[in-house]
Design a protein around this ligand. Structure first.
Ligand code: Z2T
Length: 817
């Protein structure tokens, strides 16, 4: 927080540019100015970064290690400036130096997209809240050379391009080669006996890889705290394999080097889906082993007995991806510190805690035993023993019941079941929204809940208002500050104080103007990136999230098609003007999702070029949806589409970002929508669709008949049939392009049942909810009031609240402030 005066700041930025680029600021490119600012800021935060860690050491603080394959950080500069308390100063300095404006300079920074979607962004929000609340924490992850792919849309199809986020360097990171550790893969394990006849295990003929940490600062909000996100890079243990080098085979000697790096080459671009690739397991063990070795070493520097580890360390497993931590910690305790099994198990199960993020079956991680045991032979041995003992426990509790064992065994059907291992090895198992946790307890994990009910708890997700309001929507943030002070920036429930203004006409007009300005800002972005002019007075209707069938972008586009067909049937009628925005990346191998992207783009093309509907409806597909353009979208949105099949979306977090920025939710009673509606009131949202109980009941009884709904609903039939009658087929395209989508909804495809996600079942009530939204929008004052009340009641959804709950109920951390 100790910032410099403006003159010193100017000198510092100029100096950085000069000695890094051999240039005076007048000659520097925007990228060079951007880097100059980053390095100047880094210099300002470095002392607090050092001091924070000194403090943790002198206080001997208990520390949480948030283990996550993904951290979807987005851009760092703007966020760091805000949290450091230097944003406005630096913005002024840049203008005074005639070096452009900060908003455009921020655009020089590539997003750090080391994550897929919700799970990775949640980890990023948690990092921000942990630092802001002064909790001792490390984020531990992988420094992927290539993050989430960049999406290009070509002829309406998604094309994946490499994300070269490190091309111009990564200014805020610091490489820490002195903390490199060795990671062992493959080989075999021999049992040997020492002089007292005690058996121990020796791992031989393994391949070693070096893990090198890079630290990134996580700046707390104006509190002097700077935490660390530690991401691991992989290197060959020795840069040349000397044996083969000696034999004169230079290329072979280099090979080793390439293998090591391949571990951290790229983020797997699957959200809510597992592919079971060996390299993925390598990634998991690589960063988990590196992080655990470091944490234990650090603990042993200050303590003489490993048995107290759980008093000082907690490992939070972000989904099952880091679950190998359970066995790896056992290995370290037993093989490296000589702890006996029973004692090691006690320590491990007091250190590990697991968060579940989905009930989708295709996301459950299972590893073939052959693959697992050949890659991690010693760790696998330990898993076998954990399994043996856990099986005893299950039998003691339930009796010898094969059905129960088939649902609970860690080793089953030739596979290692990671969620089962995570639950067995953790003292806490949490879901990410109230409804989701209830489904875990009563359906998906009910056997485990019966066995160990005390482990289960809920932690409803949250988002950081520093990025998604203060940075993403500065106009609204400043306006709120004028009304109620800046307390909401670290205490979001203070937004409740705004409620009194809902009846103040003048204030409500100001609030509406801010939304209008944000729409103009987004319109400029869309004009520049899509070449489409949108009507800034239209309802901005947004569905931005990963493309997944359960999220039902299909339901949304069916509504768009229905509306378009109505407009064409009633040429004289006036409709509520609407701009429907979609933003979504599909997993590259998810063919049906990719086809839905193509459909959205074809519908957009047809609708946007049809003069007969007089611009009352526009459809825009935002290319390359990511954290940085998401900030613009949330700020500008009127309607927030949260329309997943009830029970399928564990929480959702975009829903909270829209609410905080004054968009009204149209949504199902799923995930955190339930709690959003509870906070804001049903009258201030558009709720529709089957309940999760109804969906689960259908799934059990198999009574759902999509085709009957289709046959009984002419509007729906007409919309659906437009997929196969050529309406949205462009010249030169296969007439049957969208046949598969039609087929999947009505009859099922590839051994799946028809309409697995109940799109047709919810069509009618979705149409109703959309009609209500349109009517309300035609009454701007009423709309504005409800949108405003969404802001007022968003307080619960700060990740600060979520982190306070984790810290007090799971981690038992003490804040240093
Ligand atoms: C993911 O983003 C989510 C769940 C996953 O389960 C995997 C990924 Cl990559 C393995 C999402 C959920 O779908 C979403 O509902 C939730 O809000 C988010 O995690 C954070 O908890």
């Amino acid at each position: 927080m100790e910032t410099m005066d403006k003159e010193t700041l100017k000198e510092e930025i100029k100096k950085q540019i000069k000695y890094r680029f051999r240039k005076n600021i007048e000659d520097a490119s925007k990228q060079e100015v951007y880097q100059g600012i980053c390095y100047a800021l880094k210099e300002m935060i470095i002392d607090e970064w050092i001091d924070t860690h000194k403090k943790y050491e002198t206080l001997d603080s208990k520390m949480v290690y948030y283990l996550s394959m993904e951290f979807l950080m987005g851009r760092a500069l703007g966020n760091n400036l805000i949290n450091f308390g230097a944003y406005k100063e630096v913005a002024e300095v840049i203008e005074e130096l005639d070096a452009g404006d900060l908003y455009h300079i921020e655009e020089e920074e590539p997003d750090a997209a080391l994550g897929n979607g919700g799970l990775g962004r949640l980890a990023a929000c948690f990092m921000d809240s942990l630092a802001t609340l002064g909790y001792p924490a490390y984020g531990c992850g992988i420094r992927y050379r290539y993050g989430m792919f960049r999406q290009e849309i070509e002829n309406g199809y998604q094309k994946e391009m490499p994300d070269e986020w490190l091309k111009n360097g990564n200014p805020f990171e610091i490489e820490r080669p002195e903390y490199a550790v060795e990671i062992k893969f493959g080989g075999h394990v021999d049992a040997e006996y020492n002089e007292n006849g005690k058996m121990y295990f020796v791992h031989r003929d393994y391949e070693s890889i070096q893990a090198v940490p890079f630290d990134m600062p996580i700046v707390g909000y104006q509190n002097g705290v700077v935490n660390t996100l530690r991401v691991w890079d992989a290197r060959p243990m020795h840069s040349f394999d000397l044996d083969s080098f000696d034999r004169g085979n230079y290329a072979k000697a280099r090979e080793n080097k390439n293998n090591a790096r391949s571990i951290v080459e790229v983020l797997y671009p699957n959200d809510n889906h597992e592919t079971g690739k060996q390299l993925r397991l390598k990634q998991q063990y690589f960063f988990v082993s590196a992080s655990l070795q470091t944490a234990v070493k650090k603990y042993m520097q200050r303590h003489d007995n490993i048995c107290g580890l759980a008093d000082k360390v907690c490992f939070q497993l972000n989904d099952t991806h880091p679950t190998v931590a359970v066995a790896e910690l056992m290995r370290i305790l037993m093989d490296e510190y000589g702890v006996e099994w029973e004692q090691a198990w006690k320590i491990t199960t007091k250190c590990c805690a697991y968060t579940n993020h989905t009930i989708m079956a295709e996301a459950l991680e299972k590893w073939p035993i052959a693959l697992f045991s050949s890659l991690l032979p010693r760790v696998y041995q330990i898993v076998e023993e954990i399994h043996r003992r856990f099986t005893e426990e299950i039998k003691a509790f339930f009796g010898d019941d094969q059905d129960i064992l088939s649902r609970m065994s860690i080793l089953y059907d030739g596979q290692v079941h990671m969620a089962r291992l995570a639950i067995a090895g953790s003292f806490s198992v949490n879901g990410v929204a109230r409804l989701h946790t209830e489904i875990l307890k009563n359906q998906e994990l009910s056997d485990f809940y019966k066995l160990t009910p005390e482990k289960f708890n809920n932690k409803t997700n949250g988002i950081t208002q520093r990025r998604f309001l203060v940075h993403g929507n500065p106009e609204l943030s400043d306006w709120i500050t004028k009304q109620i002070g800046a307390g909401f920036i670290t205490n979001l429930p203070e937004l409740e104080k705004l409620t009194a203004l809902a009846d103040d006409k003048k204030k409500m007009k100001e609030f509406a103007e801010i939304k209008a300005n944000n729409k103009k800002r987004l319109a400029a972005y869309i004009q520049e990136h899509n070449g489409i002019e949108i009507n800034v007075n239209s309802m901005i209707d947004c569905q931005v999230k990963r493309l997944h069938e359960y999220k039902r972008q299909m339901l949304n586009i069916l509504y768009v098609i229905t509306l378009y067909q109505e407009m064409k049937e009633n040429p004289g009628k006036k409709y509520c003007p609407r701009t429907v925005l979609f933003g979504a990346k599909s997993a590259p191998g998810y063919e049906r999702a990719k086809l839905i992207i193509k459909l959205i783009n074809n519908v957009a093309d047809t609708v946007n070029n049809d003069k007969s509907i007089k611009n009352q409806l526009k459809v825009v597909f935002i290319e390359d949806y990511k954290v940085s353009n998401a900030e613009l979208i949330f700020a500008a949105a009127d309607l927030s589409e949260q329309i997943s099949t009830a029970s399928k979306e564990a929480s959702g977090t975009g829903n909270m970002k829209f609410m905080l920025n004054g968009a009204i939710t149209i949504g199902t009673m799923d995930g955190a929508n339930v709690e959003i509606v509870e906070e804001v009131g049903r009258e201030n949202a558009f709720v529709f669709g089957l309940s999760s109980d109804q969906v689960i009941e259908y799934e059990h009884n198999g009574q759902y008949k999509a085709i009957e709904i289709y046959n009984e609903n002419p509007k729906l039939k007409k919309a659906l049939d437009s997929l196969v009658d050529g309406t949205f087929i462009k010249e030169g395209e296969d007439k049957n392009l969208f046949q598969g989508l039609h087929q999947a909804l009505l009859y099922g495809q590839h051994s799946n049942i028809a309409d697995r996600y109940f799109v047709l079942a919810d069509y009618d009530s979705y149409m109703d909810a959309q009609k209500q939204a349109e009517e309300l929008y035609m009454n701007p004052e009423e709309w504005n009031r409800k949108a405003f009340l969404n802001v007022c009641h968003a307080g619960k959804f700060s990740s600060d609240r979520t982190i306070e709950e984790y810290a007090s109920e799971i981690w038992r951390l003490k804040s240093i402030i």
